[in-house]
Design a protein around this ligand. Structure first.
Ligand code: GTP
Ligand code: MG
Length: 460
């Protein structure tokens, strides 16, 4: 399964960039000690997993670059499964660049994003869900992200997928027997109904797992909160107020924001992604029209839509917001759980009668800002509160594979009701088993691997 250059030694900084007390440099690949030994005075491969303090030299000028800690891991007992050396040097950017430059000059090449973890996967050290978990753990800013990463990394989701796959494969074995011994009809009848009921359970478990997707995404990427409102409703001002800094341009001219602006922030430890959009209105301006259609797309992807009605809004603007609210309520029933928060912005100007039932907020005085934050925190907790106890989905990739598995199981049930032959039934189950396998690691699919690992940082 390894491609030819997958064993070539690669090196990168594994710790964060920028000055730090300690920098961690990782080198991994076939015979990687040969790359480093020139820089450590020619010493031979040390005992694995034993910490040594060494001087790192430029082998040509013999200049000492740093005194550092070195640990050697003999493959397969390493993160990647290949021979690996880790250096703990002083964390100054110059030292790190010098050390990496010398490693590259002596046979290593720079690692690509996620390449160490990709090697770990290809060497069977982890499955694809655990690799995704490592990404979440590395990026975790909130407890919810950490929970998402941990349940993937510790194999909670994998266990669930494996047990579903086992059920499907058990049913396939039974159908194979039906194909091989077609004469035992009585036994077949009883057996098939047993298989159908077991697959009914598989279908229920798949439905339950698929239903965790939105909440899992809220945990792993944060709550996506999109602002929607007429031009000048105060969307960009609200973004700046919630972020506590001037991020978006604010002006009294309607139509100021044309593109969308997405910014992550933490509210009491919960990760929220705030998205400011172009004000929604009919317009002949081509660029603004693009912005409005982008706003509508973002609203569809949101977990929460904040509908802004400003105290100085016109009745037609309020009508447009009311129509949007009704259509989102209908969508929320059918598609996903979109929460809606309707605000009266610029409440310092006036609190008109039509605004009863809206949450008043003024970015000028700060009134109501805390209430809005509390409402968003509550929504995050409603999504993620139950995730501690159960496995859940965190990526679109997992979701698509499970939907494919579910569709195959549903087809099996339908075909079985239609009294289809065992070959046909076995085909649907094979599709379901394949889709389930792809969640934990279809390592023959280069596109999927590239997609997963392109989202990693270099050094992981
Ligand atoms: N009095 C008062 N004025 C506000 C408040 N919030 C925003 N404004 C003013 O309303 C005007 C429009 O604000 P923006 O935040 O740019 O509005 P927007 O919804 O982003 O507008 P577009 O980008 O054009 O869609 C500016 O002059 C703001 O200073 C508020 O709470 N109180
Ligand atoms: Mg704006």
């Amino acid at each position: 399964m390894l491609r030819p250059n997958d064993e070539h030694p690669i090196a990168a900084l594994a710790s964060g960039s920028g000055p730090g007390a300690v920098g961690v440099i990782r080198l991994s690949g076939l015979d990687c000690w040969d790359v480093v030994k020139h820089c450590l005075g020619g010493i031979s491969e040390p005992t694995a997993r034993r910490v040594g303090v060494k001087v790192f030299l430029d082998p040509i000028t013999l200049e000492s670059v740093d005194e550092l800690v070195v640990v050697f891991f003999k493959g397969p007992h390493s993160y990647t499964g290949q021979d690996t050396v880790e250096f703990f040097c002083h964390g100054g950017p110059y030292i790190i660049q010098r050390i990496l430059g010398l490693l590259y000059a002596h046979g290593a090449r720079p690692a690509q994003a996620g390449e160490f973890t990709k090697r770990a996967l290809l060497n069977g050290k982890l499955d694809l869900t655990a690799a995704e978990g490592i990404k979440d753990l590395v990026e975790a800013q909130s407890r919810q992200q950490w929970l998402a990463g941990r349940q993937l990394y510790t194999g909670k989701l994998k266990e669930e997928i494996d047990s579903l796959r086992k059920e499907v494969i058990g049913a396939m074995a039974y159908l194979e027997a039906m194909i091989d011994f077609p004469d035992e009809e009585d036994t077949h009848h009883v057996g098939l109904s047993h298989v159908r009921s077991r697959l009914g359970n598989v279908s229920k478990q798949l439905t339950s797992l698929v239903s965790t997707f939105q909440s899992g995404q809220v945990a792993s990427r944060g709550l996506m909160v999109v602002f929607a409102g007429a031009p000048n409703a105060g969307k960009s001002t609200l973004l700046n107020t919630l972020l506590g800094r001037q991020r978006a341009i604010v002006s009294a001219t309607p139509g100021t924001t044309r593109d969308y602006i997405e910014e992550p922030c933490l509210f009491d430890g919960r990760l929220v992604r705030l998205v400011d959009t172009a004000g929604i209105r009919e317009t002949n301006d081509q660029i603004e029209r693009e912005g409005v259609s982008l706003s509508n797309r973002l609203i569809e992807e949101a977990d929460v839509v904040i509908l802004l009605n400003s105290a100085d809004s016109s009745s037609s603007e309020r009508e447009a917001m009311a129509t949007l609210k009704t259509s989102l309520q209908a969508k929320a029933k059918q598609l996903k759980n979109i929460s809606l928060i309707a605000l009266l912005t610029k409440s310092d100007q006036s609190q008109p009668a039509w605004a009863s039932g809206l949450m008043p907020i003024s970015c000028k005085t700060g009134d109501g800002v805390g209430d809005l934050q509390a409402a968003l925190i509550k929504i995050v907790d409603e999504h993620t509160g139950s995730l501690e106890e159960r496995p859940f989905l965190t990526s679109q990739r997992q979701q698509s594979a499970l939907l494919a598995a579910q569709s195959a199981v549903d087809k099996f049930t339908h075909q079985a009701q239609q009294k289809a032959g065992p070959e046909m039934l076995a085909f649907e189950l094979l599709e379901a088993a394949r889709a389930l396998s792809s969640v934990v690691g279809d390592i023959s699919n280069e596109d999927i691997l590239d997609k997963v690992f392109s989202e990693f940082c270099i050094g992981k």
